[in-house]
Design a protein around this ligand. Sequence first.
Ligand code: PMV
Length: 310
Amino acid sequence: MGEGGGFGKTILFGEHFVVYGLPAIASALGNTTTAKVEKADVKGYELIDNRLESPGYKVAKKEEYEKLIENVINFMGVKEGIRITLGGKLVAASGVGASAACAASLARAINDEFQMDWDNDKINAAAYEGEKGPHGTPSGIDNTAAVFGGLIRFKKNLEGGPNTIEKMQIKAPVEIVLADSGKTSSTKEVVGDVRTLKEANPTEIDPVFEEYEKLAEEAKQALLDYDLQKFGELMNKNHELLQKITVSCEELDAMVLTAREAGAIGAKLTGTGRGGLMQALTPGVELQEKVAKALEEKGFTVIRTKIGGA
Ligand code: PMV
């Protein structure tokens, strides 16, 4: 039997803008999705999905996952029938990079089962093909974080050549709180809506992208300087820009406000938006707990985790 894992991730800075070649920052989460792959007497593949999930996620994403799995299998040239068993501690939900973690773990498990000896770059290419199922035209940031782990600065190469992937080191991991809006959104749909908005209103939307570009440079520097206060402020500004490109929603804005009122030094949506997750920067377990409790009191499900780990 072949086995493999893929990291969950959170986008700290730059979702959506990253699709247009602007730099973004993502961090792997401690939790992973694991895949086991074994040869089986089935046509194509059989899937046993034991992952924990945010209610309704697996049903809503069924077709996208079918494409994801087929894409990985085809890209890796698997001709025999296989049984795939998914598990691990990463909860399948919008915003934590669940599909990318699945694609990465599957590619690693296939690589293991068929002794293909692929390196991380080739595994990443296979995971990227998988991501095309749920994303359509993914930037590649999710699969890169899922395969490489750690903290990364990512810039998509719009010409089609290799993307820029920079590993970032920070002084110490930082506590964050992720909170679930309880709504599942479609990345393909939301990314498509942003494109339509951008094309229809260039005079309004292009300046938002220009402003983001400036923030992205400041954010990189703030993180490298371990100036968390500054980074938090920039996260708040990033959320405002995401509102302007219409990818936030009532629940996300409410969670952002609750987190900030409870003392978070920055809070923004993370990932696709219009549902999925909110992310709050809460250095220290005490602040993390305070913000997490404030969100829980309002009925939101939260994840207490850290960014910038190994
Ligand atoms: O919802 P997530 O965590 O899979 O993130 C999607 C990120 C986008 O920038 C919206 C799309 C992409 O391909 O980068």
